[in-house]
Design a protein around this ligand. Structure first.
Ligand code: SAH
Ligand code: SF4
Ligand code: F3S
Length: 456
């Protein structure tokens, strides 16, 4: 009898049966969020999580390219994984994310680590299961860094928390700050639809989530790429989430100062669920450097925004990102960044040494500073900020605040840790594990990086 030839469709459900996976994530919240999608795709293909690299049949490294250091860490990690691969031929190793999306970095990885099975860029994320299936069969490594993005709609997500969730609202970035690799590796801005975001917030609330963090490289550009009438801009989205859908706490990252509208400040001020915390990267305090960075705001404009936020949203905590050693930064420029700390009074600042990224405009600028000078400036900057953080934290003493408990303290398992609405970290003692619950504590201790409290 003649046998019918049946073309089997891609059977994602068979791919990982009986196998275990491990995902190692570098970089920002966008990558953490993508790793949850990778985990979702793997689990719907039958894979289960592995406790460590030795137990894994598949290791995925989700990489970051924003500075040189996270790229070097990936190389170090792959050096250590080489042994595992030699001892276990069946082990698959895949490298994805922002570093993989950078063509020179992808080629370099393939050359230095020929045992890699798959290198896939940020745009290839939705194609991951198919790529994985091919990777086991083809010549190593299979590389997919094509910029064609298949939509992410409907991809499964395996969230790592049962009470707080990332909720991406816009992918990519159009800003091309002159130092930054992100627009090169994440592509142009692409907003998810209003309806899709609201629906996801609703389902998170129904699933018992207490906090969502809306994500985008610049959430304030949300909707610019959508048709007029498609729902609205970021202020409208935030207002709608606050009014009608979603968990008890709403956060969002990151706001670009150039697009922070008075309407958005008003929405934050009126919001019930919107937390009193804003992360507003300043990058530098000198107008000359801001201009060379292509940030498109001035120091004066930035300080105006800070003043408006503090006035309209009483008790708001402000955090920022700052960079030292941008090409051509003089001592006088740097002092303007120091002075900005005193004027803005940030609760916390994430401080970075400028790292030239291949292909960006700043990397081609002359007047690159030497390492010793950059290090010295970083130390002065963090010292000044630490004093301010401690002073502002001390002002919290005696206050009664709401915490979302995140789990046991990393350094002392007898303590629990949680975050205030202002995103401050608080450690406190408790007899039972209150993880994933909202509790009230009185602040009794204040330090540079955290507070301590007592349950009330
Ligand atoms: N989209 C976000 C930030 C993305 S990168 C924003 O616009 O704020 C996170 C931070 O890394 C940036 O705010 C910046 O301070 C820092 N950063 C980006 N590129 C860098 C580089 N080449 N060297 C050092 N720090 C950098
Ligand atoms: Fe990078 Fe600027 Fe875009 Fe932020 S806004 S991701 S710093 S280019
Ligand atoms: Fe994030 Fe690093 Fe990519 S900061 S967007 S993971 S380059």
């Amino acid at each position: 009898m003649e046998q019918a030839v049946v073309e089997l469709p891609f059977r994602a459900d068979l791919l990982g049966e009986g196998k275990r996976y491990l995902i190692i994530t570098f970089g920002c919240q966008a990558n953490e969020c993508d790793s949850e999608v990778l985990a979702g795709m793997l689990e719907s293909a039958g894979y289960r999580p592995a406790a460590g690299p030795e137990e894994a049949d598949l290791i995925v490294i989700n990489t970051c390219s924003v500075r040189r250091k996270p790229e070097e860490k990936v190389a170090g990690l792959l050096g250590r994984l080489r042994k595992l691969k030699e001892n276990n031929r069946a082990l698959l190793i895949a490298v994805g994310g922002c570093m993989a999306q950078r063509p020179e970095a992808a080629a370099d990885l393939a050359r230095r680590f020929p045992f890699l099975d798959l290198i896939f860029g940020t745009h290839a994320l939705p194609r991951f299961p198919q790529l994985l299936e091919q990777a086991g069969q083809s010549r190593r490594p299979l590389i997919d860094i094509a910029e064609a993005t298949a939509g992410r709609k409907g991809l499964p997500v395996r969230r790592s928390s049962s009470f707080k969730a990332w909720l991406p609202v816009i992918y990519g970035c159009n800003n091309f700050c002159s130092y930054c690799i992100v627009p090169h590796v994440r592509g142009r801005e692409c907003s998810r639809s209003f309806a899709e975001i609201i629906a996801e917030a609703r389902s998170l609330e129904e699933a018992g989530y207490l906090e969502i963090t809306l994500l985008g490289q610049n959430v304030n550009s949300y909707g610019n790429d959508l048709a007029a009438g498609a729902g609205g801009d970021f202020a409208a989205l935030l207002a709608e989430l606050d009014r009608s859908a979603g968990p008890a706490r709403i956060r969002f990252l990151t706001s670009h100062p150039k697009d922070l509208s008075p309407r958005l400040i008003e929405v934050i001020a009126r919001g019930k669920k919107i937390c009193e915390h804003l992360h507003l990267p300043a990058q530098a305090g000198s107008n000359r450097i801001l201009e060379r960075m292509n940030r498109r705001y001035t120091r004066e404009r930035y300080l105006e925004l800070v003043a408006a936020l503090k006035k309209e949203v009483p008790g708001i905590a402000l955090t920022t990102d700052l960079m030292v050693g941008f090409p051509g930064e003089t001592e006088a420029d740097f002092r303007e960044t120091l002075a900005l700390l005193d004027e803005a009074e940030f609760d916390q600042a994430y401080t970075f040494i400028y790292s030239p990224r291949p292909g960006t405009r700043a990397a081609a600028m002359k007047e690159q500073l030497d390492a010793a000078e950059k290090n010295e400036r970083l130390q002065r900057l963090t010292r000044r900020q630490n004093e301010i953080s401690l002073r502002l934290n001390r002002a919290q003493l005696g206050r009664t605040v709401e915490l979302l408990v995140e789990g046991r303290s990393k350094n002392n398992p007898e303590m629990l840790s949680g975050r205030t609405r202002t995103n401050k970290l608080v450690h406190f003692a408790a007899a039972e594990d209150l993880s994933g619950r909202l509790v009230t504590v009185e602040i009794t201790g204040a330090y540079t990086w955290y507070l301590t409290g007592e349950l009330v």
